[in-house]
Design a protein around this ligand. Structure first.
Ligand SMILES: NC(=O)c1ccc[n+]([C@@H]2O[C@H](COP(=O)([O-])OP(=O)(O)OC[C@H]3O[C@@H](n4cnc5c(N)ncnc54)[C@H](OP(=O)(O)O)[C@@H]3O)[C@@H](O)[C@H]2O)c1
Length: 280
């Protein structure tokens, strides 16, 4: 049985990533410090924020005031779009690092948040991230919402290839089989965002039936499913009880038959609630 402390090695490096993360999208600044403290208290050691979420500083405050050493926590942030010049983009990255971990600090993973900046924008963002990594301000770099061609296209200019992580929407209704298989073939760690489908599927009869069998909640079954698919799920909650319950997924294992039952729910891109990647 796996545990919350289990790690995956990141490609082409000595770094490791915890197999379960804690998301803070839509965690308001006034609540975020409390939620991150609670997450660390119940054992999460991996926090996922972004410039877009407007709570990098609060995540940083939570880390500084928690009873857990900085180096024991894996911290991710993301940049959405390039600034006007490579220098300005690089400055935006450094600003984030300083917000989260203070001057002289580092983040563990910095991602390009979206593939929507076009080929030139993606190249510009990646080169700024490579510089940040070379300077030790981020340990690892990766992408989010990237499809197969967008990662392939990076080979032409990337000094660091493959990207170490691709963070995409993943749950039984949106399994993104092509990009998942491509990432796994290339050693790219696949992170699952919206792993509990924002709770929209809590009343799904198939999911309820599986959950009953294991005496677990539907949310716990979805997080366990993601772990067994080899993904790194990033469930978000601002509720102290739910934060703990979402991490209580290491005392049971879904059978191969029940994994198949959940696999059969796939609706392809139609099943996405945020977005599915474009592979061509
Ligand atoms: N890269 C990207 O483009 C991207 C996009 C989306 C998300 N993300 C990342 O992935 C993380 C997770 O995705 P997400 O926030 O979209 O969705 P999610 O984790 O699937 O669901 C979060 C929602 O479910 C509720 N919830 C959580 N645990 C619950 C439980 N045990 N029972 C009932 N309701 C529960 C939460 O409400 P409460 O807070 O009230 O518990 C919240 O409304 C984000 O926080 C972010 O870090 C990345």
């Amino acid at each position: 049985m796996s545990s919350i402390n289990e790690l995956y090695p990141l490609p082409n490096s000595n770094e490791h990533i915890p197999r379960l993360g804690f998301g803070v999208y839509r965690s308001p600044a006034s609540q975020c410090v409390k939620s991150v403290h609670r997450a660390l208290e119940v054992g999460y050691r991996h926090i996922d924020t972004a410039q877009l979420y407007g709570n990098e500083a609060e995540v940083g405050e939570a880390l500084r005031t928690a009873n857990v050493p900085r180096e024991e926590v894996f911290l991710t942030t993301k940049i959405l779009v390039p600034a006007g010049s490579p220098e300005a983009t690089y400055e935006k990255l450094v600003e984030s690092v300083e917000k989260v971990t203070g001057p002289g600090g580092y983040v563990d993973l910095f991602l390009i948040h979206s593939s929507k900046s076009g080929p030139a924008g993606r190249k510009h963002l990646w080169q700024a991230l490579e510089k940040l990594q070379a300077e030790g301000k981020t340990k690892s770099i990766g992408v989010s919402n990237f499809g197969v061609q967008q990662i392939e296209e990076m080979r032409a200019y990337a000094k660091v290839w493959p990207p170490q992580v691709n963070q995409i929407e993943l749950h039984p209704w949106c399994q993104q089989l092509e990009i998942d298989a491509y990432c796994k073939r290339n050693g790219i760690i696949v992170e699952a965002y919206s792993p509990i489908v924002r709770n929209y599927k809590a009343n799904n009869p198939t999911l309820l039936e599986v959950s009953k069998k294991y005496n677990k909640t539907t949310q716990q079954v979805l997080i366990r499913y993601a772990l067994q698919k080899g993904w790194v799920p990033l469930p978000k909650s601002d509720d102290p009880e739910r934060i703990a319950a979402n991490a209580d997924v290491f005392d049971f294992k879904l059978s191969a038959e029940d994994m198949d039952v959940l696999n059969s729910l796939d609706q392809g891109a139609e099943g996405a609630i945020v977005e599915a990647v474009v592979n061509e």
